[in-house]
Ligand binder design. Structure first.
Ligand code: CTP
Ligand code: CA
Length: 226
């Protein structure tokens, strides 16, 4: 029944989706990452494809196969994701940033495996570029959807991100909640839209959540550009 409402409503549209974690290399054998498995982003790619869109999926390293008919761009680091997104941004009508992008990356990525030394070791980090924020400054009439994975103050942080990143909608979840979060097949999310609307969804499969997000994107007012 999820297919009916959105069936082919995205025909002729290009949807750019990012999914999964990023990997920030410390040296050839070590990296910094997070618990993202890509399930929510891959479900969104499937739902957008079912709705008739051309789908470009920019994916970090995950254990999933891309849904049939979806164009996959594989990346590892936040910087590679940034460039893959920017390369595909112009032709996209809708951008959904599901990916759990690393906020920090090692200042230096060593060519050879680091060796133990006496005493403590500090790895210096620097901030990565905020891809969603940058898209927010360039969006024009494109639809921009962000995610917010939180462990506390979900609504406050989600609404802050919605405004700070100039998104049309933020999909927020409490990754500590039972039935939600990393690696699961289910999720409990709340959608926060630019017009102040808040839609609290019950526990659903990630694919059902994805179809619901696509339905809500389809009915977003298009004249809210800024
Ligand atoms: N995001 C991004 N580029 C980054 C960091 C985050 O595009 N370098 C995007 C994510 O893909 C997500 C949204 O911004 O759609 C929110 O990510 P999140 O990590 O929840 O928020 P941050 O702004 O990074 O803030 P913090 O981690 O401090 O809560
Ligand atoms: Ca972050």
């Amino acid at each position: 029944h999820f297919f009916n409402k959105s069936s082919l409503k995205l025909k002729g549209k290009t949807v750019l989706i990012t999914a999964g974690p990023t990997r920030e290399k410390i040296d050839p054998v070590r990296f910094i990452t997070n618990h993202s498995t890509g399930k929510m982003g891959y479900a969104l790619a499937e739902a957008a494809k079912k709705a008739g869109a051309k789908v470009i999926l920019v994916s970090g390293p995950v254990q999933l196969s891309p849904p049939p008919g979806v164009d996959i761009v594989k990346i590892e680091s936040a910087d590679e994701m940034y460039h893959a997104v920017m390369n595909n941004f112009v032709g996209a009508d809708i951008i959904i940033k599901t990916a759990a992008v690393a906020d920090y990356t090692p200042k230096v990525s060593y060519e050879h495996k680091m060796k133990k030394q006496p005493g403590d070791k500090v790895i210096e980090l620097e901030r990565t570029k905020d891809i969603l924020s940058e898209l927010g400054t360039k969006k024009r009439n494109k639809i921009l959807i962000g995610f917010a994975a939180e462990t506390e103050n979900v609504e406050e942080y989600a609404v802050k991100k919605l405004k700070a990143k100039n998104a049309d909608m933020i999909v927020a979840n409490n990754v500590k909640a039972e039935g939600a979060g990393f690696g699961r097949d289910t999720n409990i999310v709340t959608l926060f839209k630019r017009d102040g609307t808040k839609i609290e969804l019950p526990l659903m499969s990630k694919l059902e959540v994805a179809h619901k997000i696509i339905e809500e994107i389809i009915v977003l007012p298009k004249d809210l550009e800024s």
